[in-house]
Design a protein around this ligand. Sequence first.
Ligand code: PLP
Length: 381
Amino acid sequence: MFIPFALPELGEEEIEEVAEALRSGWVTTGPKTKQFETSFSEYIGDGVQTIAVNSATAGLHLALEAIGIGEGDEVITTTHTFTATAEVVRYLGADVKLVDIDPVTMNIDPEAIRKVITPKTKAIMPVHYAGLSCDMDTIFDIADEFGLKIVEDAAHALPTTYKEKLIGSLRSDVTVFSFYANKTMTTGEGGMIVTKSQLLADRMRVMRLHGINRDAFDRFRSEKPAWYYEVVAPGFKYNLTDIASAMGIHQLKRLPKFLKRRQYLAKRYFDALTDLPLILPAKAPEGDIHSWHLYVLRLKENAPMGRDELIQFLADRKIGTSVHYVPLHRHPYWRDRYNLTAEMFPQSDKAYQAMLSIPLYTAMSDEQQDRVISALREALL
Ligand SMILES: *Cc1c(COP(=O)(O)O)cnc(C)c1O
């Protein structure tokens, strides 16, 4: 009866592969993780390096560490994101420069990036909001002009394309995907780091597991005693288990089907909601892929009820919703650390006050979606 906001779709193949991992006795990082990394690299193409981690947050942390972010540095990202994007900058003692969004795409506004660059700026972290690619050419131009690194937060962007190339295969330094439970594919918790740089990949592999200087994961292959290792840095504990990778192997195979289903549901929402007092989400340019991780509505000023009231109206009809996001400038930690006010981010703040995300996931039936549509029409017509 209740339509949740999001739900993963895990099948018998995942269950069987997880059971096999359990039966095999190798439950931590091992052969299934290697297989998952290889499949993911083949999926993205261009011979990219892949490093499986236990969350996208871990991946973003490793990426910033590898490109050399540290105390005294500044990293630019959008205020309209999940706190994970920004918190990893603080892990390394560097500072975050938050900027406003483009009101149409809700992605980071490249012109706003330009305005906050200082001699301390080292990197830009674009977030492909809801699954729509950022304006990457403009961001690459800015990065080239000022000698900045780029780490893409692609937590929403699997699969998303920019100018017909998959996110993950562009010329950024590092791209990080998330396999959290509500993302477009899941391993329960997990993430994948993608890079074309051998140097960065080597550093991130070492730092993923305690700063150990050889691939300790290969122990599962070793017939001979393989007890000797050296610690070369105070690394982290960010490796992905084979139990999680077992899910990932099959989720990745399902991804084309998942995308088709999400595209189908998104189209149904567009068709059914156009005449309501709503700003519907921006679509990808012709020829490009929007992953449709999120379907975000914004109420127009002439709507008969406000956002909070609409969320309650839907909740009363047993329909789950969410808000992506309470922008970072509104959270006490970020607000107080950087003396941020809503006036500094007019587009993000205005969008936040009018927005809600409605259910869109592969396991959702047409009938369930019809219920969401009917409720919205009842509320807003
Ligand atoms: C989900 C998410 C993350 C964090 O992913 P985890 O795998 O949960 O660490 C980071 N950034 C954005 C934009 C996200 O939506």
